[in-house]
Structure formats: structure tokens, C-alpha cells
Ligand binder design. Structure first.
Ligand code: P6P
Length: 337
């Protein structure tokens, strides 16, 4: 971790804003509101294990509020924090079947926010790191109200993307297309402080992340690639190591900082109907924007993630993401079916 220069995320966002003379400060407000939602979610995630002890069991907590599942809490928290600021015209969430409109009483803005409020939440009770993932686009329709068309976009249209990883510390990592920056929450002052400036992912890693329990569902190319990783790598004289947490943001964050490749290929049990798991809009696109800004790659195995035109809010894609040379190597095996 680089020396902490005490730069808060709001100062960094303002400085990033200055790179765009036409910027109006609207975008700064959006990211600032999102960082506040992140702090509130972090507080709830970090006390999740204390539910029993704090008397937060059952339907009502000590404040008389209903105790919600954390992913529902995170989803509602982001909506409440983001709907009133006048920065957004529409939202979409991995937790909601349809788009989320801005309530009548609030002003509309020019941005679209799409997010996975708490990815990996099934891991929380085991104290495994979980995360929030987000993408920001500019509105493209021009009618009175934004529509689903403003959400069905290509990843290349993103103007910002990021994630918050709730782990041993809470970190917010984001890009606006000017590099990738990481901020670590200092709970003693409630501020995200710059801790990782201009993150770059290693061209080639030494670890791979995949659920080997799914081997029987893989296509032949994936099987051959994983077998190749288990042979001695000439450049290091030893095979890759397997690192799999089963929480996308945690697995991605480790690969971003240490190098490596994360793979969630489609289930090919029925070769005519491959079944991917991860979502294009809320998971693959934002992480693809970040990894490309850090010098890495994100692919389905045959096409760049960010080139895919979304046709459904909950469209799923195979996700092969991480160090550039590793993703390129996978693509060679995948195409040699
Ligand atoms: P599997 C968590 O449920 C999640 O959506 C991602 O965070 C994670 O990468 C993936 O699913 C794990 O899936 O099938 O290996 O349990």
C-alpha cells in the first residue's frame, strides 16, 4: 500500500472533475452520495456478526426498525442515498426485476446508475469479504422520463465504474477513465483516504480463480486451459496456484492488486444452450472497465465484455477477467474447441 497522503475521496473526485472543463459538479455529487451509502453499508456489514449479541435478532432491532437481510438493506440504502440528489434519471439494480425510477418529488439528472448492492452476500455469516459494484452512464434518451433504453447499454459507454469491498478494511475502488484509484475507509474519522494511486494489474499473474467443482460443466477449451495452468509455467518453473474465495469482488480485488485471472465460464452441459452465471450490467461491465483502465482484459472467451450490447437488464455472460497475458492465453484455448 502506497504512503497515505491523506487525500480524501471527495478531494480526489473534485480533482478528477477538473480534468473535464465541461463538468458541472453533478458527477462529483453522484460519487460523493455513493461514498456515503458505502459507509452506511460498511457499518451494517461489519456488525452483521453481532446481530445476536446486539439484540438485533428477530424482526425488530433495538431502534425499533425491521432487521433486513443485508442485501435488501444495501439495495434500499443505495436507492435512498441516490434518488434525491438530482444527479440521476434512472437506476437499475441486480436485486430489482425492473428499472428503478426517480420518485416524482425529486429532480432528475443526466446520469444512469446500475449496481449490484451486495455481491456475495451469502458469504457474510462466514465473515468472508463481500462487495458493492456500480456503473455510471450518461442518459441517452431525450423524452420527459428516462427509460429502460438508458440502461441497455454497451460497457464502452460507461463514464465511471467501481466497487466497495467490505473486508479486513473497507475499500472503495473507482475509475472515471483516468486510471484506477483505491480509497481505504478510516473508521476513526469516517473518511475514505487515498491508499492505492493509479492501480495497474500485472501483465501476467501466478494464480487462477475458478470453481473447480464445476469442471464437469466446462467446455473442452476451458478444461484444456486449466490443465495447462497446472503444468509448470516455464517463466516461473512452477504451476499456477488456485485462489478462489467465491465472492466476486474479493476474488477480483486480489487479482487486481496481485495479478491473476478470474474465470466464470458458462455451463456447457448442453452445448447448444450454454448457461453463464454472472450479470453483464451489474458485475461484468463495471469490473471490465476497471480492469482495462488498470491494463488488464475482460472477455467472454471470444469477445470483449465491454463491446457487448445489452438486450436485457439481467443478461448473463461468461466472465474471464484479469491479467492481460492470462486472458489472451485463455482465449487461444477457448477458440481451439
Ligand atoms: P459459485 C456470489 O454468489 C457470486 O455471485 C459471485 O460473487 C461469485 O464470484 C460467484 O457467485 C460464486 O459462484 O458457483 O462458485 O458459488
Amino acid at each position: 500500500m502506497q504512503k497515505n497522503k491523506g487525500i480524501t475521496i471527495q478531494r480526489h473526485i473534485v480533482e478528477q472533475e477538473r480534468l473535464f472543463p465541461q463538468a458541472t459538479g453533478d458527477f462529483t455529487g453522484l460519487l460523493w452520495d455513493l461514498s456515503i451509502a458505502a459507509k452506511i453499508i460498511s457499518r451494517e456489514v461489519n456488525k452483521a456478526g453481532l446481530a445476536e449479541i446486539l439484540g438485533l435478532t428477530g424482526e425488530v432491532n433495538i431502534h425499533g426498525e425491521a432487521v433486513k437481510k443485508l442485501d435488501v438493506f444495501a439495495n434500499e440504502r443505495i436507492c435512498k442515498s441516490m434518488e434525491h440528489g438530482g444527479h440521476l434519471c434512472i437506476m437499475a439494480s441486480e436485486e430489482n426485476d425492473d428499472v428503478i425510477t426517480i420518485p416524482e418529488e425529486f429532480p432528475r439528472g443526466k446520469y444512469v446508475l446500475m449496481f449490484d448492492p451486495l455481491d456475495g452476500s451469502s458469504n457474510i455469516d462466514a465473515n468472508v469479504s463481500v462487495g458493492t459494484i456500480f456503473s455510471v452512464y450518461r442518459r441517452k434518451t431525450t423524452g420527459k422520463e428516462a427509460t429502460i433504453e438508458d440502461c441497455l447499454r454497451k460497457g464502452t459507454e460507461q463514464i465511471a465504474a467501481g466497487y466497495i469491498v467490505y473486508g479486513s478494511s473497507t475499500m472503495m475502488v473507482y475509475t472515471t477513465g483516468q486510471g484506477v484509484y483505491g480509497f481505504t475507509l478510516d473508521p476513526s474519522i469516517g473518511e475514505f483516504l487515498l491508499s492505492h494511486e493509479n492501480i495497474k494489474i500485472a501483465a501476467k499473474g501466478r494464480t487462477y480463480s475458478i470453481n473447480e467443482g464445476n469442471t464437469h460443466t466446462w467446455d473442452e477449451g476451458t478444461r484444456r486451459y486449466i490443465r495447462y495452468l497446472k503444468e509448470s509455467d516455464p517463466s516461473t518453473g512452477r504451476p499456477y496456484s488456485l485462489r478462489y474465495i467465491g465472492s466476486l469482488v474479493a476474488d477480483f480485488h486480489r487479482n487486481l492488486l496481485y495479478g491473476g485471472i478470474f474465470l466464470y465460464p458458462a455451463d456447457y452441459k448442453d452445448p447448444k444452450k450454454p448457461k453463464p452465471k454472472l450479470r453483464l450490467l451489474y458485475e461484468a461491465n463495471p469490473l471490465a472497465f476497471i480492469v482495462e483502465q488498470a491494463g488488464g482484459m475482460a472477455s467472454t472467451g471470444e469477445e470483449r465484455i465491454m463491446d457487448i450490447q445489452a438486450s436485457d437488464l439481467h443478461q448473463k455472460v461468461p466472465l474471464i477477467i484479469g491479467s492481460r497475458e492470462d486472458v489472451l492465453a485463455y482465449e487461444k484455448y477457448f477458440e481451439q474447441e
